[in-house]
Write a protein that binds this ligand. Structure first.
Ligand SMILES: Cc1ncc(COP(=O)(O)O)c(C=O)c1O
Length: 389
């Protein structure tokens, strides 16, 4: 079966935030949803569910629990049990609740910057204290790459630090952490008695045929202190359908999460359950076609920057459809986000939102048809040429 990821689909009329936040002449490559149509089996499952015509309380989906455990075993060689799964409507809310569940007011929560903005907001939203450890930026010509600065990481931990929120694979820098890196992170967390919140929402988007490694799969000892977060929403482009899940094997940690969320956090809706079931059982061929399309877009983007955008450095993401570009060498008199919005009429994400380490950077979402990506890059190139920066 072939899939047409080149199809340009009009999205403004659907109410999509990505396409409506800015003026109509702005090309949006910012928020992390893709411009690809959802796989047919998911659409069929949604039609079937709608056609049933009754949407009473559901709360649970025992069959989906089984589906998820089979999938995590097959895909990541990671054994979880159906009862350790907690269904949630989305992961950003869960990020906020885990800070309440596993840290007291005045306790510290560690994140590795630059990082997805809700990681930075969640600890302080609930009156906990944010601690940051910058990742180490490495230049390889015009390509940049981040590694974990383990000294900075361990030095940021104090006796009040209770948790690490890990982004794996990491948004925005596109790293899929290697087994040795994950082992070292886990060893430090073990030594300092930290709970590991591992946001693995991008786990199905490893671009070069690598297998995702859930940190909880490293050992039972690590699993016992880890809360893993996953969702079909990035992979299959379903963020607005309201389905995600956590896997928490440690009963005490699971009960704490259930206690802080009870009455506050809604269950997924019937539509979300139906979509997740189809995504996890019938869409492997679609995903197998998506990944090379994304990898080709990534390669095209990196090549384009090398050929046409001098002095801009860029990551070569190992995972995700998000690239991270360093504009600092251009010496712009405003943030690259503002500059590109104004002069190129292209909306990216402002790197400053990803922590201080992101100032002077932008995040670009290449989960879009090649024609849209090309148009955006041509606009950026023309704007920079006109300004002769
Ligand atoms: C690392 C990470 N976690 C969570 C989310 C959002 O998840 P949700 O839509 O389930 O709140 C994103 C979206 O970009 C993300 O990149």
């Amino acid at each position: 079966m072939t899939f047409n990821f080149d199809e340009v689909i009009e999205r403004r009329s659907s109410g999509a935030m990505k396409w409506n936040l800015y003026d109509a002449d702005v090309l949006p490559l910012w928020v992390a949803d893709t411009d690809f149509r959802v796989p047919e089996p998911i659409l069929r499952a949604l039609h079937d569910r709608i056609d049933h015509g009754i949407f009473g309380y559901q709360f649970n989906d025992p069959a989906l629990r089984e589906v998820i455990t089979r999938r995590t075993a097959a895909r990541y060689n990671w054994t979880i049990t159906p009862d350790e799964i907690c269904f949630v409507p989305n992961l950003v809310a869960a990020l906020n609740f885990v800070c309440l569940a596993y840290a007291e007011p005045g306790d510290e929560v560690l994140v590795q910057t630059p990082v997805y903005p809700p990681f930075i907001a969640a600890p302080t939203n609930g009156g906990r204290i944010l601690k940051t450890a910058d990742l180490a930026l490495i230049h390889e010509g015009q390509t940049i790459r981040y590694e974990i600065d383990f000294d900075a990481f361990e030095n940021a931990i104090t006796p009040r630090t209770r948790m690490l929120i890990l982004c794996s694979p990491h948004n925005p820098i596109g790293r899929a952490w290697t087994r040795p890196e994950l082992e070292r992170i886990a060893e430090i967390c073990l030594r300092h008695n930290l709970v590991i919140i591992s946001d693995e929402i991008h786990c199905d988007l490893l671009l070069d045929g690598q297998q995702h490694i859930p940190i909880a799969s490293l050992s039972p000892e690590i699993a016992a202190r880890t809360v893993t977060m996953m969702s079909p929403s990035k992979t299959f482009n379903l963020p607005t359908l309201g389905f995600a899940f956590l896997a928490i094997s440690n009963e005490e940690l699971r009960k704490k999460f259930e206690k802080v969320t009870a009455w506050y956090l809604p269950h997924p809706g019937a539509i979300g359950f139906a979509a997740a079931h189809a995504a996890y059982t019938q869409c492997d061929d679609w995903l197998n076609a998506l990944l090379p399309y994304l990898a080709a877009n990534r390669d095209y983007l990196v090549q384009y920057v090398a050929e046409h955008l001098p002095n801009i450095n860029i990551t070569r993401p190992e995972a995700t459809y998000l690239a991270w570009l360093d504009f600092r060498a251009l010496g712009l008199d405003k943030s690259p986000f503002d500059y590109l919005l104004e002069k190129a009429r292209v909306a990216l994400n402002d790197g400053a939102a990803f922590g201080k380490a992101g100032e002077g950077f932008v995040r670009l979402n290449y989960g879009t048809p090649r024609a849209t990506l090309t148009e955006a890059l041509d606009r950026i190139r023309a704007a920079l040429q006109t300004a002769q920066v």
